[in-house]
Design a protein around this ligand. Sequence first.
Ligand code: PMP
Length: 419
Amino acid sequence: MNSANISLKPEISSSLDWGKIRADFPILQLKIDGKPLIYLDNAASSQMPQQVIDRLVRYQTTQHANINRAVHYLSEVATLEYHNARCKLQQFINAREDREVIFTSGTTDSINLVMHGYGRKFIKAGDEIILTTLEHHSNIVPWQMLAEEKGAKIRVVPINDKGELEVDKYEKLFNERTKFVGLIHVSNALGTINPIKSMIDFAHRYSVPVLIDGAQAAPHIPIDVQALDCDFYAFSAHKLCGPTGVGILYGKATLLEAMQPFKGGGDMISSVTFEKTTYNTIPHKFEAGTPPIAAAIGFGAAVEYLTAIGIECIAAYEFDLLEYATERLSEMPGVRIIGTAAEKTAVISFTIAGVHPHDVGTILNQDGIAVRTGHHCAQPIMQRFNVPATSRASFAFYNKKSEVDALVAGIKTVQKIFL
Ligand code: PMP
């Protein structure tokens, strides 16, 4: 089940004290109607450790001011800490330069930035954009808007019955009209890890730039944008134990420089007259207005926290949890796992015969178990599997096997009630 393409550190992982790591997360002590919280909705948003909360408190209580615009002490400190956060993100994904990391409000905002900044400038009528069936709506809708505006065409890579991309069909979609590829790294609905490196290399043979939606990959597997050679890479802090309201767009410097700005306003300019405005250098050209300073600093603390544990160790721990959960749920009569790719992160989407997913979620909630039910902002996947919705348990490194057991018991209760 684990991935040959991903470096894991099972030996180091098994020597870590995962119980102590779990204790870093105060919210996990909560009781829901007297029952311990079992939080299995990490693909939607993960929880925040005390270390990140403390960093936010320290910023707000001793370092807060607006950045870039003053010479007073607090503004200088906040400017420096915001810059340090950018450098932490640069290291986290191994970007060549810190100016290749743009703070956005999250993955959705990052993708829209590429659509407006790159797409609206370089995509023309008759051009083709390749997307995949596995995309989250946030990597579909912006490109549809662009295609409509420009008269461009969307081509879609299909998936097989396991929820894996049909890579041979991807390759057949390329022609001289292909001008852009948008590709999800890890599916939020199914957990499939896509073979993005070879897909990026293939696109580059046609000189086509590739945007990777890494929202579900960055929290779980190591990311090296130089090794991947992707042109853009996007993810959100709130799925990486950080705050809401911030994310990044990584872009190769040459591409970012060639792009037009997305939002106009303060800080993104170098000079303004009513006759003409000239723009600031990257990354500032894409960070108009006051950025999410506190959230970006919290994001920096979050990736520092994850790096200290080791993403390879997190991956090894979570793969073990996935294997256990897959085994246990596969044994259950009436339970169908949707998404059985050979390479997956710790996400299990499932249906229970005869029970609507919303009822599954509601009954599990009565046992303190948080799962997500619905289409997971991936309606094309639901259509492909011919289901209106699924229930989804998504795990993090602070989950444990006893919580999988509780999920199994919860599903049995659902079946008792409804069947
Ligand atoms: N892409 C994927 C794969 C996601 O899982 C999500 C969040 N569910 C997004 C994009 C959008 O992220 P955000 O809402 O943080 O912008």
